[in-house]
Design a protein around this ligand. Structure first.
Ligand code: GSH
Length: 234
């Protein structure tokens, strides 16, 4: 058994769509750590109740006094503080400030642009037992049905999503990764959002000639193709 357990959001077909859980998985792989995964459906709150959390990722680090860490950012900080041999994820105060900004931009702007484009697909992918909860909680947020929100977004909002990604294209013009010559937590944060879409949505959201495909390809190749090997929609 690995010394780390990760509770990860699970939908049908063994797919793992959670962008925040992808941050944790990339972070663990970056630190060259092994982990076991516990799949958690949207409504399986009992599995993570021990952590006092209603969301995943939740990590239990058996090698560090069975420490329980329950937020993707806190997981990254924990791994950097507890595993100093491996390459840094955040890299000092300035690196941490940059990573925090990228996380805020991703959570608000990128996830905000993606959410209506994939929300009915997430519902369709969810375990049948989780679908009513997902529909009710997300329709409250959207103020309309999942299907109406998604079809309106696909008609109107794909150009806005592509525009939203322009800062990334500019950042990647002179360097292979968002973090510079090598990938680090900011790359994992943004890639989590692309994994969210990739696991549930078969519709290509980027233009075929979008230069971001090169970076996405590099991210899918990392850690022996960890993310590429994972089931995609389609
Ligand atoms: N701030 C948290 C957010 C985690 C989060 O929202 N996770 C979602 C999955 S992407 C979740 O567990 N949702 C459960 C629900 O909707 O009830 C983090 O960064 O870890």
């Amino acid at each position: 058994m690995a010394t780390i357990t990760l509770y990860d959001l699970d939908v049908t077909g063994g797919r793992r769509p959670s962008p925040y859980c992808w941050r944790a998985k990339f972070a663990l792989a970056h630190k060259r750590l092994a982990w076991d995964e516990v799949p958690v459906g949207f409504t399986e709150k009992d599995k993570i109740a021990f952590a006092g959390s209603r969301t995943v990722p939740v990590l239990v680090d058996h090698g560090h006094g069975a420490k329980v860490v329950k937020d993707s950012w806190d997981i990254a900080e924990h791994l950097d503080e507890s595993y100093t041999d491996g390459p840094a994820l955040l890299g000092g105060e300035r690196g941490k400030a940059f990573a925090r900004f990228v996380a805020a931009w991703t959570n608000v702007t990128l996830h905000g642009a993606l959410f209506p484009l994939v929300v009915a697909d997430i519902h369709a992918a969810a375990h049948p037992a989780d679908q009513a909860y997902f529909r009710e909680s997300r329709e409250k947020r959207l103020g309309t049905t999942l299907e109406a929100a998604q079809s309106a977004a696909r008609e109107q909002r794909i150009p806005a999503l592509r525009e939203t990604l322009e800062p990334l294209r500019q950042q990647l013009r002179g360097q292979p990764y968002i973090s510079g010559a090598a990938p680090a937590y900011p790359d994992y944060t943004v890639m989590g959002a692309f994994m969210w879409a990739r696991t549930v949505c078969a519709l290509p959201l980027l233009a075929n000639d979008d230069p971001l495909h090169d970076w996405i390809g590099r991210m899918l190749d990392l850690f022996d193709g960890m993310a590429r090997a994972h089931k995609a929609a389609g």
